[in-house]
Design a protein around this ligand. Sequence first.
Ligand SMILES: [Zn+2]
Length: 228
Amino acid sequence: MIKKRKLCKLANIGYNLLKVGACIAICFDAMCFGNIILNHSGDKRFYKSLFYQDAKLETGGNEILVILHDFSDEKAYIVKQSIREIDYLSANLNYVFADEQYIETDQVLNIYNNCDLSNISAAGVCVSRFDQMTASIKYPLTIKLERGLVNMVDEYDNNVTLLSAVTTHEVMHTLGFNDLRTDKWLGKSIMYWNIDDSSDNGVNKLTESDKQAIIDKYGPSTEEIEKE
Ligand SMILES: [Zn+2]
């Protein structure tokens, strides 16, 4: 029997698990637990603050340094492609791949490969903090990927692997995108929470709807468009 892989498993997470920071989607800090429950229906695109603002990653115009840990060249290439696609769609996100020894900023996204996530049966985990007052997601950002994520999830598209699907999904979490759990999102977004069901419905990378949402949130401002 093939083991069901879930991108994120938020449904059955007990409070204790959240408390020790082993959360799945974005692991908000303690103040934020209420919000995860608030968004539990998984119908809304973005995590919400106490004041119901959409969560957003602030960059301050600076580069986001991406550090890959324990990746072969082949796997690093797949992960970089996923991140570059998001970078390309956004005007305000500037991802730069870097070596750990050169890091002097905390505006960092760490991605760890080959993690053992079997205890939470998730393919990926995203950890960051969330400021309820400003609705901003805080650095450093951390993504952990289950070991062995590389097999194809699309028999027609060789570029799409489980690794690229999960990476894209988790990076979207760092941008404030919520897990989508209702059936109306099945086959419509990479943020649908279950990769098996998603793949069965033809979605294992950014959809047009996802791309538009990235552009709306992180694309050029109206002023910038008018200037052009
Ligand atoms: Zn997720």
